[in-house]
Structures are given as structure tokens and as C-alpha cells.
Write a protein that binds this ligand. Structure first.
Ligand code: MG
Length: 380
């Protein structure tokens, strides 16, 4: 049997000195014995996969609400795509793949139902009560809300994983020190893998839905360039294969550029330890200025034509109204909440309790609950 110690020794031989090594982990908020044949980050990964919040990602929206079609990305498939891209980059840069993959799978755990419109609704409702931010909510889930162990709340993930989720560098509950000025390299990788994943799958889903058209996308320079290059490798007659080849080419282009540019920055800044990367203000993991310049018009296009498409906006607005009404109904009559949630009310701000409950809902559950509470003909 391959032991944990052997796995850790393998990491010391194969990872770069600036990678976060499992054997250097600062441990978990609650002390636990180490596992005989899994490293601490492999164990984090397994805990995330088995969590309730992870399973619920399947029925949470990315851009398209779940009932609009089976084809589109959900938060679960998005997270898997982010993990795939992050792994490729981490491997090429000799960073810790287990840590990068785990951060990627957990990075969206804190999203409520209905994507960003859901987050906007909760932020507004929580004004004056501590606000709402999906990154911090992911930390609340892994630190407090998942109930799995008899002697502590949460999943008790490593400090490195928790820090990786703290994208905006806020002071974390339970830690005396302010967070370092930058994310570790593995978390920086995930941040950009996230961007590469959603740029391209939103483009793909947007085209599939017919909300944006290939003729319009064809005017964006990065798409035009990728299309030319992709088709050089073999003409495709079917439009969906052609489109897939362009998107495939774009992702590979962005990932390759990111690896090269990051490697250049690592060399230039002389980073030799994980703490060096966390102390520099500037991101070490980055795209080249050339690719950033090419990406800008694509980003603008998606903002204007897809994220603000009348159909997307109508659904987003409906979702916000639905969540606001649920929120107010629970606050008015907390007896409608399930037992475990209601029990928290005597000790905590009712707004936070209701917010946690709603943020945990899937799109599907929130919609059903709304029907049950507001449609007189529905069973309660
Ligand atoms: Mg994401």
C-alpha cells in the first residue's frame, strides 16, 4: 500500500518549491489524526465531493435557469470544467494538483439559487445585517453549515484550502492574523481557470440557446482568429462540430498562454516559496497582455448581448422577486422553517439564519417552495 508519507515524499520530489506541499500544511481548525494513505489535500477533496452543498450544485443555475434545458451548464458541470482546467495548469507549472482541484470543486459552493441574480437579491436583503457574498458563503458552508461530524461543525478543511476560497482576502473568523496580501499560486490558478471556463461555456451555451448568433460572435477578433486556426487543422462541415473546434481551440490557446506567461513571471520575480507568491501584490498566475487585450471585446460582447439579453434579464428579475418574497415570508413567520434552521433563531440574527437557508436552496427547490407558500391550490 502506498502510504501518506510516501505520497508526501513524492510531492517533495515532483512539485516546484513554490507549490504548497501537503506535508507543510498548517492543519485543520479542529485537530484530527492524519489519514494513513491520503494526503491532507486529497482528503479535503473527498470531503467536498461527499458534501450536501456539492451535490446541490447540480440544480443551481450558471446563466440559464435549470428548467430551460438539459443541455446547459449547471454549477456542478461548471465546477468540473474549472477543476479540469486548473488541474492541467497546475500540472504544467508543477503546482499541487490535489489542492488546486479541491479549491476548484469548492469555489462555487456558496452560490445561492439562480446564479448572480440570486446573489444580488440576497445581498440587498442582507443590507445592514452583514451582507452576502458567495465567496464568504462557501467558507460558512465548509466551516459551519455542513453537519457531518459529532465533535465539530463544518467539514474541517485545511487552512490552505480555506484560504484558497477567500478570494477577496477578508479577515477570516477564528484567525488572529489578517490574510496575506495575495492568494497562493494554486488558488490563483483556480481563479483564472474559472474565468477561462465560463467565458467559453457561456459562449457555447449562448450559441446553443440561440440568444446570441454565430454571425455576431464571428465579428469578435479572438473568435475570428481562433476559427481560422481551428479550421486549418481540418475543415468541418457540420456547424456544431465547427463551433466545438473553435471553442476547443480558444480554451487551449488561453490555457497555453496562461502557463507560459505565469512561468515567465515566476522566473522573473524569483519566487521560491509559497509565501513569496502570497506576499507579492501582483498576481503571478496571469494571462499575457496580448491575450488580455483580445479577451476584452469578447467579455464586453457577453456582457452586453448574453448576460443582459432580455430573456436572461426577465428570468433574473423573476428569480429576485421570488427569493425576496420567500425571505420575507420566513422572517414574518419563522414557524415555516424546518426544525434545524428554526433552532438557530434564538441565538443568531434571524436575517442570517434565513439567508443561510435560502442560499442553500437549489433553483428547483426555491421554485417549488415558492409555489407551496404562495399558490393556494398547492399542497404545503
Ligand atoms: Mg465559478
Amino acid at each position: 500500500m502506498m502510504t501518506r508519507r510516501e505520497l508526501e515524499a513524492q510531492e517533495r520530489r515532483s512539485l516546484a518549491p513554490y507549490a504548497i506541499h501537503a506535508s507543510d500544511s498548517r492543519g485543520r481548525p479542529h485537530r484530527e489524526p492524519e489519514h494513513p494513505y491520503r494526503t491532507c489535500f486529497q482528503r479535503d477533496h473527498d470531503r467536498i465531493i461527499h458534501s450536501t452543498a456539492f451535490r446541490r450544485l447540480e440544480y443551481k443555475t450558471q446563466v440559464f435557469v435549470i428548467h430551460e434545458g438539459d443541455y446547459y451548464r449547471t454549477r456542478l458541470t461548471h465546477s468540473l470544467e474549472v477543476a479540469q482546467i486548473a488541474e492541467t495548469i497546475a500540472r504544467a507549472l508543477r503546482l499541487n494538483i490535489d489542492l488546486a482541484r479541491s479549491i476548484a470543486l469548492a469555489h462555487d459552493l456558496g452560490h445561492g439559487p439562480f446564479g448572480h441574480s440570486g446573489e444580488d437579491a440576497l445581498r440587498e436583503l442582507m443590507e445592514g445585517h452583514g451582507g452576502f457574498d458567495h465567496n464568504l458563503q462557501a467558507l460558512r458552508i465548509v466551516d459551519l453549515l455542513e453537519q457531518r461530524y459529532p465533535s465539530f461543525p463544518g467539514l474541517n478543511l485545511t487552512q490552505e484550502l480555506r484560504e484558497g476560497l477567500n478570494k477577496h482576502r477578508r479577515s477570516l473568523p477564528g484567525s488572529a492574523k489578517p490574510p496575506p496580501s495575495n492568494l497562493g499560486l494554486e488558488a490563483q490558478v483556480v481563479d483564472l481557470a474559472d474565468e477561462i471556463a465560463y467565458d467559453h461555456h457561456d459562449l457555447d451555451d449562448g450559441l446553443t440557446s440561440g440568444l446570441i448568433l454565430e454571425e455576431e460572435v464571428g465579428k469578435i477578433p479572438i473568435w475570428r482568429q481562433a476559427r481560422r486556426e481551428a479550421l486549418k487543422r481540418g475543415p468541418a462541415t457540420r456547424p456544431e462540430i465547427r463551433r466545438y473546434q473553435v471553442i476547443r481551440f480558444l480554451i487551449n490557446w488561453r490555457v497555453t498562454d496562461l502557463i507560459r506567461e505565469s512561468e515567465r513571471r515566476i522566473r522573473k520575480s524569483g519566487i521560491r516559496k509559497p509565501s513569496h507568491a502570497q506576499a507579492t501584490r501582483e498576481r503571478t498566475i496571469a494571462s499575457s497582455p496580448e491575450v488580455e487585450g483580445l479577451r476584452a471585446p469578447l467579455k464586453r460582447f457577453l456582457n452586453e448581448r448574453l448576460y443582459r439579453h432580455p430573456r436572461v434579464v426577465r428570468m433574473a428579475d423573476k428569480a429576485q422577486r421570488l427569493l425576496a418574497e420567500l425571505f420575507r415570508a420566513y422572517l414574518r413567520k419563522p414557524e415555516q422553517l424546518p426544525d434545524t434552521t428554526r433552532r438557530r433563531l434564538s441565538k443568531e440574527d434571524p436575517y442570517r439564519v434565513v439567508c443561510d437557508y435560502i442560499a442553500g436552496m437549489t433553483d428547483r427547490y426555491a421554485t417549488e417552495e415558492y409555489r407551496k407558500l404562495f399558490d393556494p391550490s398547492e399542497r404545503v
